[in-house]
Ligand binder design. Structure first.
Ligand code: PFF
Length: 467
């Protein structure tokens, strides 16, 4: 083994870091709304089956590629003797880069919400929609845009914290940070769960999430569950290959995969059992949604309507903050690991430069509603042609094209070129026995690629929206 390569200091350290990557904004603001649309309990069942049959084999494969090659995502395929697959690593690396640009800015918005709730700002509490537009540089009452300096400052602080953790290194930075962040996240989740299910009127929402309404399940539901599982488990983006490369050989990849997938799914389900009952109890079923508008406008409305809403608002946005931080750290690590290893650049300088570049590109995201003049040139993002078109194109490129492509490349590589036997051998090093080796080999060769090809083509050519 390469003795210079960083390693996780403990199993729990790796587990929490991988779970920290997986548990992110997607679990909290996308999953509950998707579960609601997909018929509640029926969606939950379908999601579990997909995580077990597709997500777990894909994660085992990415971790095995990383650990066997002891390299970053781009070089790992070459190290295993298949240089021709380097494009898969490039795609994963680029997705991580593009996603970090916006993910880190959303982290900044979340930080701004935590601060606003913590000081009990009347603005956010009384006027949730108005506040959200203000965060993005639009005065909703007058319809005039401005430069949202304050939000940019929060985003800069958010990305600086992530960069600091990365600079500290794998064991003393990422591992330590997650050892604190992930337990904190679970405590916050439990407090919110107790609050949500005891709200008067919450039982309707609970009943909905526990009932299996088959009439809402369609082919579309399956596709939604499949793409959500990939995004949520941080697959198809280079992260698990990089994290696998820091995993000591004595660690059991299959058992660790099971634990990470279970934690991620548990958090998504808990978020579903918090958000759906809370929305049913305050805004009614028509208030359920997903994505940024839902998390920052509708949920702020829920806290407004709920007894003790200011306190639960702080707790909720803190939860979102921890989820976003641990995921952003993993994204940046994937990017930095490649650059430092390939170029020999120093880790600190690479992290600072990359974070600054991604922050600057991401400013377009935060300024989506802004209007300002710079050296006499007037920029009006909300009404200009550049911003919305650029964002839609990027989202299409990452979620619909690049993630499935990278995930497909990884499983075809393992299933047909490197061969499942090599992955199984990697897992079984140090006397570990992989009892489900046969099932794994079958799934990674046939079922996982078939499932990805289906999402890929259906979403690409039918224009079906998967998010
Ligand atoms: N899994 C994260 C979420 O559910 O929000 C998103 C994500 C984070 C994807 C980090 C990929 C990644 F490397």
């Amino acid at each position: 083994m390469d003795n210079n390569r960083a390693q996780w200091g403990s199993r729990i350290g790796f587990l929490l870091a991988a779970a920290g990557s997986a548990v992110g904004l997607g679990n909290i603001w996308k999953f509950p709304g998707k579960a609601f649309e997909g018929g509640g309990g029926a969606f939950l069942l379908i999601y579990i089956v997909i995580v077990v049959l597709i997500g777990m084999p894909a994660m085992i494969s990415e971790l095995a590629i990383g650990r066997a090659s002891q390299a970053n995502v781009v070089d790992s395929f070459g190290k295993l003797g298949h240089k021709g697959y380097a494009w898969v690593g490039w795609v994963g690396w680029l997705v991580a880069f593009i996603i970090t640009c916006y993910y880190s800015h959303v982290g900044g918005w979340v930080l701004r919400y935590v601060a606003a709730y913590a000081v009990q700002s009347a603005e956010v509490y009384a006027e949730p929609a108005g506040f959200f537009y203000k965060v993005l540089g639009l005065d909703a009452a007058s319809g005039t845009g401005f430069m949202p300096w304050m939000t940019l400052l929060f985003a800069a602080v958010f990305i600086a914290v992530c960069a600091f953790v990365i600079i500290k290194g794998v064991e003393s930075g990422i591992e330590r940070f997650n050892k604190f962040g992930m337990p904190a996240l679970f405590v916050l989740l439990i407090i919110l769960l107790v609050r949500a299910v005891t709200l008067p009127g919450a039982s309707e929402g609970l009943r909905y999430m526990l009932s299996i309404d088959g009439s809402k399940v369609s082919g579309q539901t399956l596709l939604t569950a499949l793409s959500q599982a990939f995004y949520s488990l941080s697959l198809g983006m280079s992260i698990m290959v990089t994290y696998g490369s820091y995993l000591p050989r004595k660690e059991n990849i299959s058992r660790n995969t099971f634990l990470v997938c279970t934690m991620d799914t548990l958090v998504a389900f808990m978020a579903g059992f918090i958000i759906i009952p809370a929305v049913f109890a305050t805004l009614g079923p028509e208030g359920v949604g997903k994505g940024g508008g839902f998390a920052f406008i509708s949920l702020a409305g829920v806290f407004k309507a709920m007894p003790g809403g200011v306190l639960f608002g702080v707790i909720f946005y803190l939860l979102l903050l921890f989820a976003a931080l641990t995921s952003t750290v993993s994204l940046i690590e994937g990017i930095v690991a490649f650059l430092t290893e390939r170029t020999g650049w120093n880790r600190t300088r690479t992290t600072i430069i990359c974070s600054a570049v991604m922050f600057l590109i991401g400013c377009l995201y935060t300024c989506s509603q802004a209007a300002f003049s710079l050296k006499g040139i007037w920029f009006d993002f909300a009404n200009g042609f550049t911003y919305p078109a650029l964002c839609d194109a990027m989202e299409f490129l990452t979620d619909r094209v690049m993630i499935p492509l990278c995930a497909l490349g990884c499983c075809i590589f393992v299933g047909w070129s490197w061969k499942p036997k090599s992955a199984v051998d990697e897992i079984e090093r140090c006397g570990i026995r992989f009892r489900l080796a046969k099932a794994y080999s079958f799934l990674i060769k046939f079922i996982v690629p078939a499932a990805i090809i289906v999402i890929f083509f259906v979403s690409l050519f039918t224009g079906t929206t998967l998010s």
